[in-house]
Design a protein around this ligand. Structure first.
Ligand code: NAD
Length: 495
């Protein structure tokens, strides 16, 4: 049984904490590794190592930091399939999905390779007579990342490459449910040439996170995970006068207008709703059919019914198991509540299992219609392969419904009307909008811009906003007087 080591000051060491957490294969719940959580001393050592490394890393030229990212990108590409296999073994994701998880992370590293131009400041000459002003972008110090289970490659890669490219050092606390992929990412980062202490990885849960949030050396906290944890971390981090960006849960709607291309809508909704077992913060969990578009619901159900869960290496599998027995129980309980509260269960995946893997956390694709905003399946983020279909009579009604929802991560509209699309993109109170694109995750030269209860903070993940999050601006105003210019004689002497 492999133990999951931590990375402290460039060395892989065993945690000395008392708590042990089993890492399991979600397809059968067998233990594949054990985490020995970080002790108080381990946490201090990791933070100290990042503090010491910052003293030298901050002065490494930005071009050298960019070259580290170039070497890292090349290694991630070289080991892409190996990483995806490891990722699939601990998350249960299908191989294609696991490859996507790794690839979307590599794209952020590619963005980090551009750090020199992203760290350019501003200058204005002669703001007053003989006075110039210039701004410089400098790193903050030690930054922290706390990541969720559902993208164990992409989300750590949203954080540490850009933070480190900006000149910071980093302590990563990955999800305890799938720590093997983040550890391998860190191993490759060392292989790319990262000096000791620039990236540290500690394992554990709330106790280890609390230790990080209460340490004065930590300057900024990036978190991705659930709403209650995101709110708690944002409050504690900011109360302790740290910068914080906390990405949280979601309830993403697709609005289907009756003039949309039906084939395109149905094909896209299948993957966007039940793909990755619905364990995506940008999954479409509510489909809002406007007017006559509701007549497409039976055909949508037929298509979703063909998508079956399976093992990660089964090429026929549409998606994998849920991450844990607790996640499965939560989703099953919400499906039951949906039935009790009067939603029409058109496709029920509650009893699904994979022969030979009956102990796995399987839930089949599930579709409800006649869902109303008061129902638990609408109010809660299900984070399972469950689609709620709702109906309204107009685009205005659809907008009111979506805007009344407390979440604001992503949304999409399917229509052939430019006017309807323009009205939706302008009026919707959601941070990421797709037009005839179901899951509008921006590429890393933009930023990941969730709103409302899907995000607490000011500056978002990756892109220019992340560079601002991980840096300070220093503004220098200087005056040099002509009278002080040395004469030719003086110049000769000084040479
Ligand atoms: P989670 O909140 O349970 O855990 C996230 C991280 O926080 C883990 O590292 C965990 O160890 C730590 N943690 C858990 N409880 C804690 C506590 N009480 N105090 C301090 N730290 C704690 O989330 P999860 O189940 O791993 O991930 C799923 C959630 O993440 C979903 O809600 C999903 O929507 C969200 N998510 C959001 C985005 C986004 O960009 N908005 C992206 C991916 C996932």
């Amino acid at each position: 049984m492999q133990n999951v080591p931590m990375l402290i000051n460039g060395e892989w060491v065993s945690g000395k904490g008392e708590q042990t957490i089993a890492v399991t294969n979600p397809a059968n719940n067998e233990t594949i590794a054990n985490i020995q959580c970080a002790s108080e001393d381990d946490m201090t050592a990791a933070i100290d190592s990042a503090v010491r490394a910052f003293e030298t890393w901050r002065d490494v030229p930005v071009t050298e930091r960019a070259r580290l990212m170039m070497r890292y990108q090349a290694l991630l590409k070289q080991y892409h399939d190996e990483l995806a296999t490891l990722l699939a073994s601990e998350t249960g994701k299908t191989f294609d999905d696991a490859k996507g998880d790794v690839w979307r992370g590599i794209e952020v590293v590619e963005q980090a390779m551009n750090v020199p131009s992203m760290m350019m400041g501003e200058t204005v000459e002669n703001v007053a007579r003989n006075i110039d002003t210039a701004s410089y972008i400098q790193p903050l110090g030690v930054c922290v990342g706390i990541t969720p289970f559902n993208f164990p490659a992409m989300i750590p890669l949203w954080m540490f490459p850009l933070a480190i490219a900006c000149g910071n050092t980093f302590v990563l606390k990955p999800s305890e449910q799938d720590p093997l992929t983040p550890n391998r990412l860190a191993e490759l980062f060392l292989e790319a040439g990262a000096p000791p202490g620039v990236l540290n990885v500690v394992h554990g849960g709330k106790a280890q996170v609390d230790r990080l949030l209460n340490d004065d050396h930590i300057k900024a906290v990036s978190f991705v995970g659930s709403v209650p944890v995101g709110q708690a971390i944002y409050k504690t981090a900011t109360a302790n006068l740290k910068r914080a960006q906390c990405f949280a849960g979601a309830k993403n709607h697709t609005v289907v207008m009756p003039d949309a291309n039906k084939e395109h809508v149905l094909n896209n909704l299948v993957g966007a709703s039940v793909g990755a077992a619905g364990q995506r913060c940008m999954a479409i969990s509510a489909a809002v059919f406007v007017g006559k578009a509701k007549s497409w619901i039976p055909e949508l159900v037929e298509r979703i019914a063909k998508v079956k869960p399976g093992l990660w290496n089964d090429s026929e599998a549409g998606f994998g198991p849920l991450i844990s027995p607790a996640a499965k129980q939560r989703v099953l309980s919400l499906i039951e509540q949906g039935k009790k509260q009067g939603a029409n269960c058109l496709l029920d995946g509650s009893d699904f299992t994979v022969p030979g893997y009956e102990n796995g956390n399987w839930v089949g694709a599930t579709v409800f219609s006649e869902v109303t905003p008061d129902m638990a399946i609408y109010q809660e983020e299900i984070f399972g392969p469950v689609l709620s279909c709702m109906t309204v009579d107009s685009l205005d009604e659809a907008l009111s419904l979506v805007n009344a929802n407390p979440f604001g991560n992503g949304t999409s509209i399917f229509t052939n009307s430019g006017a309807a699309a323009r009205k939706y993109q302008h009026e919707v109170t959601v941070g990421q909008v797709g037009i005839n694109v179901p899951i509008p995750v921006p590429l890393p030269f933009f930023s990941f811009t969730g709103w409302k209860n899907s995000f607490y903070g000011d500056l978002h993940a990756y892109g220019k906003q992340a560079v601002r999050f991980y840096t300070e601006t220093k503004t220098v105003t200087s005056r040099w007087l002509d009278d002080d210019i040395p004469g030719p004689l003086n110049l000769t002497i000084s040479m």
